[in-house]
Design a protein around this ligand. Sequence first.
Ligand code: ZN
Length: 234
Amino acid sequence: MKKIITLSFLLFLGAFSVYWLNRARTIQLFGEIYARVETDQKVVALTIDDGPNEKIDTVLAILRSHNVKATFFPIGNLMEKQPNAVAKIVNEGHEVGNHSYTHRILSLKSYKTIRQEIEPTDVLLRRAGYQGDIHFRPPYGMKIFMLPLYLKLNNRKTIIWDVSPEGDPELNEDATKLSKFVIDETTNGSIILLHPMNDGRDASLQSLDPIIRGLKAKGFVFKTVSELLKLDRS
Ligand SMILES: [Zn+2]
């Protein structure tokens, strides 16, 4: 009986560790992961995930009107459907990163599958003219076993976030509440996550302008993720 209890406890502990590691924002098994950076400067990175789709022009126009450079994590197979969209993003001086080819959960996937998700997406980003470092953002933020190993072996940084309002149903349908939350929660070195091009995320799209205005009014300067990482003193 005692053995069964011990075994059950160990199994529970193991399962919990896997669950926790898969979602942890600051720790992964291998390689560098950032949810924010340590800095005294009032700097912030705005990251825009998924797409691209026909809403890209609206997003780019808002960023352009404030002279803000953001970091986009587009999905490979959607980039193929909108061949010019990423080139437009790159031409306007924004950073782009890798968010996989099919946007499936990569936890527990084989090394080969992970390569097939990441490497063709890199090719598309380069084909669009992007020349900087390509960081990786795991779909759904989940990242266990072979994914961090791949990223470590290939010297890639994993970029998560520390300000993400869209998971909260109280916020995600109301641009005013959503932007207030982001402006209140952002601290020096924060990484903000939004999905303004996705279906059902009209409030996120509408919140872009007030978020930028509000953070600028508080003295924040917008940086791309690579620029932000250079300021990390941790
Ligand atoms: Zn995504």
